[in-house]
Design a protein around this ligand. Structure first.
Ligand SMILES: Nc1ncnc2c1ncn2[C@@H]1O[C@H](COP(=O)(O)OP(=O)(O)O)[C@@H](O)[C@H]1O
Ligand SMILES: [Mg+2]
Length: 461
């Protein structure tokens, strides 16, 4: 990072020239009070700093980033948990814009077949600016269902489904007056904003400059894969350590989030049927806090294998790998790849009845609040392993292909499972180093990894 233009900056980290190993303590800061805080406080050698204290590691929220990143000086070893313009991937409209552009570029450079590998997001239009294009598409397919989603909100807030253009006319009137007074009332069938919870993305990125709330109109997936008659989507975690070169890790654990109510297309106004967000489902009258509404990915993978056989499941999970990589590549050239930044993304994936995975959105701040004991344990493992990969302690060699529950899936190119056997065919080859929904024997692996790292260190000293 270049030195700050602004002299009001606060220095973070030690003065230049000191080696990473010399730090006896790692000073961390965070604004979140959930699983993350537990993990940070229990990490050996890490100490919490508050207020204006200097820090080495900051799990900041995106609004801090927007206000401070450009005029904060950071030493070499300092790390923060977002990329400066993360919204290129994590805002629903920008994600689609980048994917569409990347698809075009692939078609030009590598042909139609390669470009078709990007066809994993439902047809989407940015509203209101692509309204006329949307209407054209709408008229081509009368009777299908569409979903309207605010580009920068989360937890199902502000979402509604529709089938008639009239519903959009009403919405447009809201945008025409540019103020959206009372707009919340219109899609309130799906609004849970009365919970009063702070949505970090409400204050996100360019919302200062764009007072009108933008939406995307997206084709609704009408044939979701159902289990026990209920809809679900998957939450998968991807850790990006650098964009140039692209270096991305996939976590083995994740979960399926179920809706409480049986799926039907007869009642498109019922949020409990159509939105699988935990924040929505936990307000349902028949929600059981103990039971929750989640399945771990291992259970989900086994369920599918018993129904469809291992090959179909392998193909589905390979298609998901393709989604992770292509979506990251689509923003590789636009994200500012600062060496101080990393990002733990939460992918929302919906599977349809043909076992095709669809990318719904990518979250920059996936929920780290636990909804059950099992969920708490998953998030604790995930965060501990994230910190292992971020490696503030400078223990890793940089050649690791696995760290705890994380498998390196892309390192400036596909990473193969077998040592030395490069996957030259690109994505779609079964040797790619991903193990989503497979056994996560992370404790054993970490023990072996750190033991061998220590032995190497001893031998070289
Ligand atoms: N195109 C779609 N087809 C079917 N269901 C969808 C679609 N888009 C969103 N959903 C449902 O709505 C939920 C919320 O949508 P999402 O895009 O993740 O927005 P949010 O930021 O509010 O979580 C998803 O988890 C999924 O259950
Ligand atoms: Mg979501």
């Amino acid at each position: 990072m270049s030195r700050p233009k602004n002299q009001n900056y606060k220095g973070h980290g030690f003065s230049k020239g000191k080696e990473r190993e010399q730090r006896a303590l790692i000073r961390f800061k965070t604004t979140l009070m959930n699983t993350l805080m537990d993990v940070l406080r229990h990490r050996p050698g890490w100490v919490e700093v508050k207020d204006e204290g200097e820090w080495d590691f900051y799990w900041c929220d995106v609004s801090w980033l927007r206000e401070n990143f450009d005029h904060t000086y950071m030493d070499e070893h300092v790390r923060i948990c977002h990329f400066r313009n993360h919204y290129e991937l994590t805002r629903k409209n920008y994600m689609v814009k980048n994917l569409k552009r990347f698809r075009k570029q692939l078609e030009r450079d590598a042909g139609k077949l390669e470009a078709a590998k990007c066809d994993f997001f439902p047809k989407t239009f940015e509203m209101p600016c692509e309204y006329h294009l949307f209407v054209e598409e709408f008229r081509k397919n009368p009777g299908i269902t569409w979903i309207m989603k605010p580009v920068a909100r989360s937890q199902g807030k502000g979402i509604f489904l529709f089938r008639r253009l009239k519903d959009i006319m009403d919405w447009r009137k809201g945008t025409a007056c540019k103020k959206f007074q009372g707009f919340e009332a219109q899609p309130s069938r799906y609004s849970i904003s009365s919970s009063g919870g702070h949505d970090p993305r409400n204050s996100d990125d360019q919302r200062d400059e764009i007072p009108v709330e933008n939406y995307v109109a997206q084709r609704y997936i009408e044939n979701p894969y159902l289990i026990g008659g209920r809809k679900f989507d998957l939450r998968v975690y991807v850790l990006v350590m650098s964009y140039i070169p692209l270096r991305a890790w996939l976590y083995r654990d994740g979960f399926a989030r179920f809706s409480n109510t049986r799926f039907t297309l007869n009642s498109i106004d019922d949020q409990y049927v159509h939105l699988t967000n935990v924040a929505v489902q936990k307000t349902s009258p028949d929600y059981h806090p103990k039971k929750g509404c989640k399945w771990m990915l291992q259970r989900f993978r086994q369920y599918l294998a018993s129904r469809h056989g291992p090959e179909a499941v392998e193909a589905l999970f390979r298609d998901m790998d393709n989604i992770f990589i292509k979506s990251l590549q689509s923003v590789q050239k636009v994200i500012i790849s600062d060496k101080h930044c990393f990002e733990l993304y939460g992918y929302d994936i919906l599977i349809d009845q043909d076992l095709k995975p669809w990318l719904l959105e990518v979250n920059a701040s996936p929920s780290l609040t636990a909804s059950s004991q099992e969920d708490y344990e998953l998030k604790t493992r995930l965060l501990q392993d994230t910190l292992h990969v971020v490696d503030m302690e400078a223990r890793l060699t940089g050649r690791e292909k696995r760290v705890g529950g994380f498998d390196l899936m892309w390192n400036d190119g596909p990473v193969s499972r077998e040592e030395g056997a490069a996957d030259l065919s690109g994505m779609g080859n079964s040797v790619t180093n991903t193990h989503l929904g497979c056994v996560n024997d992370r404790k054993k692996q970490l023990r072996q990894l750190f033991r061998s790292l220590q032995a190497q260190k001893k031998a070289s000293s």
